[in-house]
Design a protein around this ligand. Sequence first.
Ligand code: BG6
Length: 516
Amino acid sequence: MSAVVVPFEPRVEPAASDDREVRGEEEARPPCTLVIFGASGDLTRRLLAPAIAHLLRDGAVSPDFAIVGLARSEMSDAEFRAYLEGGAREFTPPTQGRPGELPPTVRYLAGDFGDPGLYDRLKSTLDQIEGKRPGSRNRIFYMATPPEADPTIVKFLGDKGLASPDQGWARVVVEKPFGHDLQSGKDLNDELRSVFKERQIYRIDHYLGKETVQNIFVLRFANGVFEPLWNNRYVDHVQIAVSETVGIGHRAGYYEGAGIVRDMFQNHLLQLLCLTAMEPPVAFEADAVRAEKVKVLQSIRPIPENAIDEWAVRGQYGPGVVGGKKVPGYREEEKVDPASGTPTYAAVKFAIDNWRWAGVPFYVRSGKRLAERVSEIAIEFKRVPHPLFSKAVGTLNPNVLRVRIQPDEGVSLKFDAKIPGTVMQIQSVYMDFPYNKLGAPIQGGYERLLLDVTHGDQTLFTRGDEVEQAWRVVSPILRAWEGHPATDFPNYASGTWGPESADRFLEREGRRWRTL
Ligand code: BG6
């Protein structure tokens, strides 16, 4: 099968200080400087460095792209360059070919984010870089920082006039976690909006950068066959799963206070749910798409805190074997409290109270140290209204449309077929579209998302009200669980599919978790 190439026309946001009309080559590849706060951290090395190197290799960004890293640790410009190059080499999967060279301008500034002098040095560094490309004071401020640092950085960017360059645009990229709860999420929004306008703010959720996640839009809205079935007349329920084999690694400092609900549900899983449940947007552009996602979140029925067990199950991994290797339990991980009550697994039922989804439960689960790394969305359709083949050999199964997010990317439809022979024997078969048949290798999400920031396209970024709605949805779960510590942790062994209570939870609903 030959690859289908769809011409890509980047959108450039119109108006105001972001404000200049830009055209032609510059429109497609505007020269800009990526300023990374938290430049010596894991995210920069593991995710940003390879993405930048791939974009430069592919000629997707201007050769005048420049990088300025800021962090507390001392490093020279050359050492920072070597750090990024090491990250690009180490974290470029073999299928992606060789990472490209970094741009000629890579600078590094060591300092404390609370020190005003650091921002003066940043200003003069930007002046030097931008002096060589007149008219293009375009800046991306990337917060690869813990959320506590964000308000200080944002305040100084505002105070020092860095957020509104006179000849060009400034955009700020904010990583998750976006706050710790609804109130801190709102506070962070207020702080960002006191310096930046909403159209300058890019709240990143790397799941939206995944090809297979973007393909949900295409599957649903570029095809006529699925949408008529995509509602409570035909769908019995939806299962969304993000199962991971990794533990928390060295991230106890963050994860102990976060847990699975803040780390995965408030963002990635609710995004998958929104894309699955949303109405067709009026256009494929930022505000139209995000408005539809906000409506889904608004329609999610508040989970009653006092009946949490009917809606959600939590778990924490104990020791076990993953991929043939013995691994410690969560409480034995480096820097984790030996009596920690932090959940590393959750399964939640969401009810979407709107016209399309009334009565169709969305079962969403995710966990660390599970048996396999698999993410998928499964739409399970209702059974046929009348069992015509009740005397046939074999059980009749419901149709299932499976959107395989990773690692075996693709889409498949399960349906029943007659096995050739003289008796009526029925068996499930699959129509399968493996994503790798399209030829081009699937990149990590960061390439696409960084590129969209340079183009001023916010479609794949979460809007302020959307993030707040997502916090509203998960808040009762957090409150209920944090108010009542679990008494049975650890309740699943590493390398299994999670706690038994999760199986019983779905059995009570008359359903079963899909085998991943
Ligand atoms: C991150 C979470 O946002 O997503 C991690 O903080 C998680 O805990 C990761 O492992 C999963 O991303 P992916 O792309 O590997 O599925």
